[in-house]
Design a protein around this ligand. Structure first.
Ligand SMILES: [Zn+2]
Length: 136
């Protein structure tokens, strides 16, 4: 059974087959965690739909970072009982830096799922495998 669109976005899976990974490495690898495949390894969908396609993801990234800043600011206010302004700045900046790998990946995944113009196709993997067999 196929995963939901929401789960595919969170797990950074291909929007067409919902099986292939978008990114080559783990998000915990700060050096290579944001590298993505050019094509889906399962159904061969081209991920970068047009030149600089993923740059639109910065709007999602910006929204997520604002949410992180607000949440960390509120948490700092509640947990530390309204400390010095530099504590707010330090906590918020630390949270944004720690989450950059996740927000960056998630924003690219959201961009591909919402603006990629691709619908889920359960037969996509099978079609790609058959085309490989015909070439061989
Ligand atoms: Zn795919």
């Amino acid at each position: 059974m196929a995963i939901s669109k929401f789960q595919a976005i969170i797990e950074c899976k291909c929007p067409r087959c919902k099986k292939g990974r978008i990114f080559t490495d783990s998000p915990f690898n700060f050096k290579t965690g944001r590298r993505y495949f050019t094509h889906c390894p399962v159904c061969n969908l081209k991920y970068e739909r047009e030149p600089a396609f993923f740059e639109g993801g910065m709007y999602f990234n910006y929204a997520m970072n604002v949410a992180i800043l607000v949440a960390s600011g509120v948490a700092t206010y509640v947990l530390l009982d309204d400390p010095n302004q530099w504590i707010y700045f330090g906590v918020s900046a630390t949270m944004v830096v720690l989450m950059v790998s996740f927000t960056s990946r998630l924003s690219k995944s959201m961009m591909l799922h919402f603006f990629g113009g691709v619908e889920y196709d359960p037969k996509a993997e099978e079609r790609y495998q058959n085309s490989l067999k015909e070439k061989a």
